[in-house]
Design a protein. Structure first.
Length: 308
């Protein structure tokens, strides 16, 4: 047995810290495969050692994406990451065409994280002419982001369902930053009996509290200075709740007042809702999902915290 194989065996028997497991499940010397077609992805999937961990992304990576990739790497012998800017989840007047993209940089970052396979199909591969099959999750998709962005979750559920069918992961990792998306995916997997474990990981933030996001690239310097107002409003909600305030509308109101002091900010919604049904609360019961969408200049940002 080589020294490395011996070390891996010892680790397999003795430990499971994240760093050690990352080493244990490292890709070794094999090169990362970058795949563009569904047919090739299916072929390669057959050869992957399970469990297969999967992270779905739209690329233009930041530390939030990488936190999911690192957890997938630490927990699974095989890791697949998809990079696909999904036109179906953008509204007609949204930013599909201008959404930031940098595939070479993304691939270099994934190579560093020792990802096994990157699935980066062109749009026509995922949505050939005449495509007409959609996954509609009702109820929770009608609120918050769903209310502001009609059709958004139909696009998300459809593409994630397709990616799950193509990649057939055992575990898939999502960020709490998009709390409603994670909820919709969990519901879809449960109700459609897809047999995939969904893991939600905490929101990664910049030192000033701003949640990392590909769309932060749109922020002009003055917008960037104003953007931490989202996190400040969420922190205010936590503080008020901590001091015993249970009236949800009073908390929402104080959050709105704080945000309105920022001239570049325009509120889309401020919500305190049940984390499962997303129904707005009158009295704050725990856990509660405090979430908001705010435009800073021309850029729409979302963020959330769970209190309790
Ligand atoms: P996206 O590329 O924006 O579709 O995001 C891909 C995945 O990364 C989703 O599961 C997001 O929830 C997750 N993600 C995005 N931003 C963050 C963040 N700041 N912290 C943790 N996860 C994130």
């Amino acid at each position: 047995m080589t020294e490395t194989a011996e070390m891996k065996n010892t680790l397999r028997e003795s430990s499971s810290s994240t760093a050690e497991r990352a080493f244990l499940f490292g890709r070794g010397d094999r090169t990362m495969k970058v795949i563009e077609t569904i047919a090739e992805m299916r072929q390669v999937r057959k050869q992957l050692e399970g469990p297969v961990g999967f992270v779905a992304t739209m690329g233009y990576f930041h530390e939030g994406h990488l936190s999911l990739v690192r957890k997938a790497r630490a927990d699974n012998p095989s890791v697949v990451v998809s990079i696909f800017v999904n036109p179906a989840q953008f509204g007609p007047h949204e930013d599909f065409n201008t959404y930031p993209r940098d595939l070479p940089r993304d691939l270099a970052l994934l190579e560093k994280e020792r990802v096994d396979v990157v699935f980066a199909p062109p749009v026509e591969e995922m949505y050939p002419p005449g495509f007409n099959s959609w996954v509609d999750i009702e109820g929770v998709t009608e609120r918050l982001e769903g209310a502001s962005r009609p059709g958004h979750f139909r696009g998300v559920a459809t593409v994630v369902n397709k990616l799950f069918n193509i990649i057939q992961p055992d575990i898939s990792y999502f960020g709490q930053k998009d709390a409603q998306q994670a909820l919709v995916i969990r519901k879809m997997v449960r109700e459609l009996n897809m047999g995939i474990e969904i893991v939600t990981l905490p929101t990664v933030r910049e030192p000033d509290g701003l949640a990392t996001s590909s769309r932060n690239a749109y922020l002009k310097p003055e917008d960037r200075k104003a953007a931490p107002i989202l996190h400040r409003a969420l922190s205010l909600a936590q503080e008020l709740w901590g001091k015993g305030e249970k009236d949800a509308e009073k908390i929402r109101q104080q959050m709105r007042e704080l945000i309105l002091k920022e001239p570049l900010a325009k509120i889309d919604y401020v919500s305190i809702a049940d984390p499962e049904t997303l129904e707005e609360m009158e009295e704050v019961k725990t856990p509660a999902l405090v979430s908001l969408a705010v435009k800073i200049g021309k850029t729409r940002l979302i963020d959330n915290v769970v209190v309790g």
